[in-house]
Design a protein around this ligand. Structure first.
Ligand code: AMP
Ligand code: ZN
Length: 138
């Protein structure tokens, strides 16, 4: 379902122009308007959903089924050495556009994109407990 106030729904519907790469029943991919690096692409579901956990399994499959070939094509065109696939949910997680989107970000040594990765420690028993709690909620 389309949300008329949502910029990505309007791009998906062709009401706002964007350089599109994919446009099918489930998904649209297009160039990010303010790329972090050259070749920064967004992959979005056609229907309006704010966060990834709102997607049905069918919607997610239709959307993410495009990921391998899209990443491959971005790598081929940009010649990048690696790729980050990034997906932000919620303002606290740096989501600015409230329609699910996957960032495909080509990476090269010394590029401009940096993030903090404060790897911590967890006791095995604690990890096991958390895994069981999360599993019970699936
Ligand atoms: P996020 O912080 O994960 O919500 O990222 C939103 C992304 O959408 C940013 O990288 C923006 O540059 C991008 N964006 C916003 N408006 C447009 C637009 N009209 N066309 C293409 N990309 C857009
Ligand atoms: Zn939307």
């Amino acid at each position: 379902m389309k949300n008329p106030d949502c910029i990505f729904c309007r791009i998906a519907a062709g009401e706002i122009p964007a350089p599109k790469i994919i446009d099918d029943q489930w998904a649209v991919a297009f160039m990010d308007i303010s790329p972090l690096v050259r070749g920064h692409v967004l992959l979005i579901p056609k229907g309006h959903a704010i966060t990834v956990d709102e997607l049905s399994r069918e919607q997610a499959a239709g959307l993410l089924g495009h990921l391998p070939s899209l990443v491959k094509a971005v790598k081929a065109v940009t010649g990048c050495q690696g790729v980050n696939v990034l997906q932000n949910n919620g303002i606290v997680a740096h989501q600015l556009v409230m329609h699910v989107h996957f960032h495909i970000i080509p990476r090269n040594p010394g590029d401009e994109f940096h993030f903090n990765w404060p790897a911590g420690k967890i006791a095995p028993a604690q990890a096991q407990h958390l895994a069981e709690q999360i599993k019970a909620k699936l």
